[in-house]
Design a protein around this ligand. Structure first.
Ligand SMILES: [Zn+2]
Length: 176
């Protein structure tokens, strides 16, 4: 995907026809995000529409897609983390406007009636980060041995999950 993305979103320049923003934005240089990453390789595929809707709400909506290189907090190994974020922002120039913003929009308050597009994208990526990134149990180096014994202990083809199925066996095994 290629294209030109504007650097800045200006409140006063948005139009009712809307404007399609499509392109790749490098993760490199997103300083706040970089603090959460193993490395800042790669791009974000940006596919957004910027405009003014029938209710005069200035909006930025569409998709952000990327894969972030995080670190698993259990095994400390690399954790590729694909993201496909739907965004639907109502752009505001002050927090007073939030009350009137239709519910479909998430509020985004512009600083001095404008914002760097990179900053908005970085903010949205930050919001989408997991609180504590970890591999799922089957793929985590730390849990691998534990998971192997668990799988062996389970009946092979139990179709439904029975979270307490093992409990009965444990209780029966208890003396007294
Ligand atoms: Zn892990």
């Amino acid at each position: 995907m290629s294209g030109r993305l504007p650097e800045t979103v200006h409140w006063d320049r948005l139009t009712e026809g809307g404007e399609i923003l499509r392109g790749a934005m490098a993760l490199r240089g997103m300083a706040r995000l970089a603090g959460c990453l193993l490395d800042d390789e790669g791009d974000v595929d940006v596919e957004l529409e910027l405009g003014v809707d029938a209710q005069k709400v200035r909006y930025l909506r569409g998709h952000l897609r990327t894969t972030l290189n995080l670190v698993c907090q259990r095994c400390l190994q690399p954790l590729p983390y694909p993201l496909d974020i739907d965004i639907c922002l109502g752009l505001l120039v002050s927090e007073d406007q939030m009350e009137r913003l239709p519910e479909v929009y998430d509020p985004y308050v512009l600083d001095h009636r404008k914002a760097e597009l990179r900053t908005i994208v970085e903010d949205e990526l930050m919001l989408a980060l997991p609180l504590i990134p970890t591999h799922d149990a089957a793929h985590c180096a730390i849990d691998a041995a534990y998971v192997a014994t668990e799988v062996e202990a389970q009946p092979k083809d139990s179709g439904t999950r029975q979270p307490f199925a093992g409990l009965g066996a444990l209780m029966k095994g208890k003396p007294g």
